[in-house]
Design a protein around this ligand. Structure first.
Ligand SMILES: [Zn+2]
Length: 577
């Protein structure tokens, strides 16, 4: 490609709407443009990178025998009604009607679409297992799209689904996807952190996220440097702490704590570390299978220096939703104001959910269920009995690894992909059946496997850039070589054309800067758009040519006759790292 023919509107200034490096650089390099908040267009250079990524993913999916489909992006609402997600999914699901008053949605994911397409024809066990995928547009009506391609409204996803007649077959396919995913991210030049949804102690995992470290990551990861434990904060666990205080025979007694509503206040006043406190929060819980109530207030107790992890609490209670109860609801249910709530003598209609740490406390301090009063010498299980004890603490840096005891550390991350054993959730609700060997009806098991392409592309930029621009890994670079003649005229033009034609003939994607620009401008552009190899053709050096890798500071001179071989060798060396 000759630069004079290319549409590459580079920008010198950083666009004000961009806050993350990938967004800034992709705009500056003329690779993407925003059409509206969360809606982006890929320009020719950006699209070339996008297609490289798409091809890597396609090759790896085809490599494990996954079959590519192209379902529509617009899906009838009725298939989402069958699965139940028409009602359960929030406003991110864009629902609309056509002129015939039929419900439609824009696909944010396609469990329903694929299951609906396949269910009538996969009638015999002989047709299983089968894995299918698409690389297709998705839409999520995000309330606040941000960080450029990292969280857009419209995006492209590779989503795959597998169908099985038994668990072993699902486990096997899941492992094949795991391997393929590791290969995809490696080929894209990304270091991923694999986060299993449950801890290693439980054996086989049913779900795994592939995360990439990011300062603006949506997720917090807890990691162990020694044994490799990794978990999303939402699910992270840690080793249990030692008992705090010693069992006491002393009775509970009241202490006056006028206007001291926070643990900090009382802790300073009594000169006791917050670890000796039991913090009590009143939550309103909806649709809990454990509590068997549509709506229920609960008291959640946790050691004073810790925070309640609502995701863990929600999952332990198998609840549809939960939130802190309003001040009014708390006062009505407990007879006192927030700041003085405690489990001792609490209204029996309010179940007490205690974190494990609470059961390890002695001589604890709690709210006294009276304004301006706290209680001392509280012994859990003597002075109050938790209805349930769960692990519901938020694990923090420096908490100890459950497996090996090493202090954990945290990183911010973004999810690039996930693989997930769905079981029969969709196949059952959507009435997908097959006949087994004995002629008995069975419901297939399902797995799903996703990768967001735009976020993957942005993440590559986040991991590969310097102060001058992007450094594309060879595998996804829009062009592998840039030829920059100091001036595109006379001998320099002849040599540039000769090398350009030879490289093209040998199958190398090459860009020739034939513009009438100053050399400095040409160099700046090439650095910004991140072409891995730069060849500079100048009068002074001829018949030698300057060869420079974008990732290295120094250039070297190579004789004109050897330059194409040197380029092809460098590409081969860099292609897989
Ligand atoms: Zn560990």
């Amino acid at each position: 490609m000759k630069m004079s023919r290319l549409y590459m509107p580079t920008l010198r200034e950083v666009p004000s709407e961009a806050v993350v490096e990938s967004h800034k650089l992709l705009l500056r390099a003329g690779m993407i443009r925003g059409l509206a908040n969360g809606l982006f267009a890929y320009l020719p250079l950006g699209l070339k990178v996008f297609k490289k990524i798409e091809n890597i993913i396609r090759e790896e999916m085809d490599g494990i025998g996954c079959l590519e489909f192209k379902p529509p992006f617009v899906v009838p609402g009725e298939v989402w009604q069958e699965s139940g997600r028409w009602d359960s999914m929030g406003p991110e699901l864009l629902r609309f009607k056509n002129r015939l008053d039929q419900n439609l949605i824009l696909s944010p994911t396609a469990e329903e679409a694929f299951t609906s397409i396949l269910k009538n024809e996969l009638a015999s066990y002989k047709q299983y297992p089968i894995s299918v995928y698409q690389i297709n547009t998705k839409y999520r009506d995000e309330i606040r799209p941000r960080y450029g391609l990292m969280r857009a409204r419209e995006f492209t996803m590779k989503d795959a689904y597998s169908y099985h007649t038994n668990q072993e077959s699902l486990d096997e396919t899941y492992l094949e996807f795991e391997k393929a995913y590791i290969e995809i991210f490696k080929r894209c030049g990304l270091k991923v952190i694999r986060v299993k949804a449950d801890s290693g102690a439980m054996g086989g995992s049913g779900s795994q996220e592939f995360m990439v470290e990011s300062a603006v990551g949506d997720d917090t990861l807890l990691l162990c440097s020694k044994c490799g434990y990794s978990a999303n904060e939402e699910k992270a666990v840690c080793a249990e702490d030692a008992e705090i205080g010693s069992a006491t025979d002393e009775k509970v007694c009241e202490v006056a704590t006028p206007n001291m509503k926070t643990i900090d206040d009382v802790s300073t006043f009594l000169n006791m570390d917050s670890k000796h406190f039991i913090k009590t929060l009143i939550y309103s819980v909806k649709g809990s299978e454990v509590l068997e109530k549509d709506e229920q207030l609960i008291a959640v107790c946790i050691r004073g220096d810790l925070e309640v992890n609502e995701a863990k609490l929600k999952s332990e209670l198998k609840a549809a939703d939960l939130e802190l109860a309003s001040d009014e609801a708390v006062e009505k249910a407990t007879g006192t104001v927030i700041g003085f709530i405690g489990p001792v003598g609490l209204n029996k209609d309010i179940p007490i959910i205690a974190d494990k740490t609470v059961t390890k406390l002695h001589e604890a301090i709690t709210g006294g269920l009276k304004k301006d009063v706290h209680l001392k010498n509280v012994e859990p299980n003597r002075d109050f009995s938790p209805t349930y004890v769960f692990d519901i603490r938020t694990v923090k840096a420096e908490d100890k690894c459950e497996s090996c005891g090493t202090p954990l550390y945290t990183k911010k991350g973004n999810e690039l992909g996930h693989i997930f054993k769905l079981g029969n959730k969709y196949t059952k609700s959507m009435k997908m059946n097959y006949l087994d060997e004995q002629g008995k009806q069975g419901v297939p098991l399902m797995g799903c496997y996703g990768i967001g392409l735009d976020r993957l592309l942005a993440s590559i930029v986040e991991e590969h850039y310097d102060e001058n621009g992007i450094l594309w890994p060879m595998s996804v670079a829009p062009y592998k070589v840039a030829i920059v003649p100091i001036k595109y005229q006379d001998t320099m033009k002849e040599v540039a054309d000769e090398i350009y034609n030879e490289l093209k003939a040998r199958g190398v994607e090459v860009l020739l800067d034939d513009r009438k620009e100053r050399t400095g401008v040409k160099f700046k552009d090439m650095d910004l758009i991140g072409i891995p190899i730069r060849l500079v053709i100048g009068d002074k050096n001829l018949p030698n040519i300057e060869f420079k890798l974008r990732s290295e500071k120094d250039a070297k001179l190579i004789a004109k006759e050897e330059i194409c071989d040197a380029v092809i060798k460098a590409i081969a060396e860099k292609e897989n790292c």
